[in-house]
Design a protein around this ligand. Sequence first.
Ligand code: NDP
Length: 249
Amino acid sequence: MEHKAQKVAIVTGGGSGIGLAIAEKFVNNNYLTIIIGRDQQKLDNAKQQLGDLCVPISCDLNNLEAIPPMVKKIIAEHGQIDVLVNNAGINMKKEFTEVTDEDFQKIILTNLTSIFVLSREVVKCMLETGNGSIINISSMASQYGIPKVIAYTASKSAIEGMTRAMAVELSPKGIRVNCIAPGFIATEMSAKALNNDPERKGKAMGRTPMGVLGAPADIGDAAVFLATDGAKYITGVVLPVDGGNSIGF
Ligand code: NDP
């Protein structure tokens, strides 16, 4: 396969919510944008919306063994990977003592282990070009304590540590690694977490100085910024995109 000048971005969970908004921003910036998810219908709808520069791949990232061959196929077909946005994630709200071993492991598998495996495989390719940007998506759950999301909090806190560890090891080799910590963003995931829990919604908004939920596109703009040359001296940071939620009183 000949080397293409076309830049290639992978956005996991790019079929919906924040991931779809991130993918849209990369398409608008002329990246060939590969979106990964499990639900074919969601992927088809996203492809319809994003057009020719969007390439959907159906893959359950919990199936770790499927990841290395998928990355090899992407490289065979598109020649390079410039950007990886590790956005796919799941949440689970349960009382601490109700969380089973299986519940806990499942969240860790999707929100942490699969990100490590995909990043490792993509980094092997980025090392060949000596160039790349990886963006992990964390959460306010790792900035302060939120009740009833123990496994989610553990996974997102680990993502921030992993971002720093990856950044120190990979930045000397040309790969920048950063993290975005979204505040409360209007998506299906946050609707589930907030709409049936007015007290939690009130608390979230009460400490958000800008007074509104964020839009998925706000995270997309931050991701494109971190991926491109405007951020070429930025690595290892956790950037809150949160209307001030993380510093709110
Ligand atoms: P959504 O539920 O809308 O999107 C999650 C995406 O991840 C879906 O497209 C889903 O696709 C994909 N996904 C989940 N599991 C897998 C899997 N095993 N394999 C492949 N893809 C998978 O959530 P959001 O857009 O709200 O969240 C996106 C990210 O942002 C998450 O990491 C979340 O933790 C984080 N976040 C969100 C906040 C918010 O307020 N909404 C706040 C802070 C962080 P499919 O169903 O097709 O598999």
